[in-house]
Design a protein around this ligand. Structure first.
Ligand SMILES: Cc1ncc(COP(=O)(O)O)c(C=O)c1O
Length: 427
């Protein structure tokens, strides 16, 4: 039995002893036992058969897990079961402390996937929220500079511009050389950032995997370089990585790492998890404050406690994390690498299409851009969906003019073939 299942058992013991509470609390263990059983089954399937565990419509070829993930049926059922359970005694579950241990269990699971300590994980709502927290709460002012490249997503960018106007620090966004992405080495990526850093730069923001070409940024090398140059805060947008790649967050030396488990962890929508190095706690002000602030002062909980929240959904995050763990991080990684390689080969062999992402797996993931030599990406994406049910994300900028694919483990090679054949027709 895995450590995760043992944790779940301890949850009931920790929860109290009265007959009524044991009876009500016992139901959460029933839900989790059922979900664990289904996750174990899913983990025993080959990836092709895994598709049957999801609700995707048969007429849809979903190649857009980077925009939003889809939830396994068993996680959806667990979520509904928690919602129902909550209504059997709303006070007990929302405010009576009955799910306190459950929430902490989810925090530990998120920490296990992030590879950091649980007391450095805030359970937020998404990456955008975490970056708003960081932009609003870090001690920055006149003379300070925040730096990031044009690969940085608006969810991790806009908040800095907004705060800069109010507090007098500056934000500098440098042009990332998109045309070179196919051949960049890890050292090149580090050098591209290093040359932009000035003695004013106090914050460096990095997308672990960006959402346009899917370049996997070398976190440890970037964090080491940036800290050596005097940068205090290396902050990472991990929206596209938690659940996709095995992580070693704490070991990379970054100061904060924001994730959105509704993408690759396949959790219900509107759930976030963020690693925040505890050395930031004394300096990072909470974004929202409520009565919990006194209770949680100096702990990571101070960044997430702002009144009533959707606890049934939060508990379902635990089930989603357990499901992904059962699929096996290494096994998933190998599948993603195989699909990436296969897609690149098919694109290379298809006239009219051009590979716009890295050709080196160490700087890649399961998100890549397929350029159209002619035609317009936006129009092609619309037609691919309207006429063939293929869901991809277009990027119209002239240097990209591409369709972004972000397949999951159960995406088949036949879907990639079909995409290439049809996409080429628009080029
Ligand atoms: C790289 C990246 N960062 C941030 C976000 C924003 O995520 P959220 O809406 O969950 O905050 C996205 C969403 O697609 C993304 O791809």
């Amino acid at each position: 039995m895995s450590g995760h299942s043992l944790n779940r058992r301890r949850f009931l013991q920790a929860a109290g002893a009265s007959a009524i509470s044991l009876s009500l609390l016992g139901r959460i263990n029933e839900i989790q036992a059922h979900t664990d059983e289904q996750a174990n089954h899913a983990g025993s399937l080959d990836f092709h058969s895994l598709a049957g565990q999801y609700s995707l419509a048969p007429e849809v070829s979903y190649l857009n897990h980077g925009s939003i993930g889809t939830i396994p049926n068993s996680i959806h059922e667990a979520h509904v079961a928690y919602l129902r359970l909550c209504e059997t005694d709303p006070w007990l579950y929302m405010w009576g402390g009955a799910w306190d241990a459950g929430r902490e269990q989810v925090r530990s699971q998120a920490a296990e996937m992030l590879q950091c300590k649980a007391d450095q994980v805030a359970l937020t709502h998404n990456v955008t929220e975490t970056f708003n927290l960081l932009a609003q709460g870090l001690p920055l002012g006149a003379g300070d500079e925040v730096l990031f490249s044009t690969l940085n997503h608006p969810g991790a960018s806009v908040c800095w511009f907004h705060q800069a106007e109010r507090r007098g620090f500056t934000v500098r966004q440098f042009d990332f050389p998109l045309a070179d992405v196919t051949s960049l080495s890890i050292d090149d990526v580090v050098a591209l950032h290093a040359r932009e850093i000035t003695d004013k730069t106090r914050v460096l923001v990095i997308p672990h995997i960006d959402n346009t070409v899917g370049l996997r940024h070398p976190l440890k090398q970037l964090a080491d370089m940036a800290h050596a140059k005097g940068i205090e805060y290396v902050l990472v947008d991990g929206a596209q990585t938690l659940g996709m790649l095995p992580l070693q967050t704490a070991d990379t030396g970054v100061d904060a790492y924001a994730a959105s488990p509704h993408k690759w962890v396949q959790a219900p929508k509107g759930l976030g998890a963020a690693y925040i190095n505890s050395k930031l706690f004394p300096r990072l002000k909470p974004m929202w404050v409520t009565w919990g602030q006194q209770r949680w002062a100096g702990t990571v909980r101070a960044y997430e406690d702002y009144g009533t929240r959707n606890l049934p959904e939060l508990l379902a995050l635990g089930d989603a994390l357990a499901f992904q763990t059962r699929l096996g991080a290494q096994r998933k990684l190998e599948r993603y690498q195989a699909l990436w390689r296969y897609t690149m080969q098919q694109v290379d062999a298809t006239p009219g299409l051009v590979w716009r992402s890295s050709r080196n797996w160490s700087t890649s993931g399961s998100l890549y851009a397929v350029g159209l030599k002619q035609g317009k990406a936006g129009e092609a994406a619309k037609a691919l969906f309207d006429d063939h049910g293929i869901v991809v994300r277009p990027f119209d900028a002239p240097e990209l003019n591409s369709l972004r694919l972000s397949p999951n483990t159960y995406t088949s090679e036949a879907e990639i073939d079909r995409f290439c054949e049809l996409a080429a027709g628009f080029s």
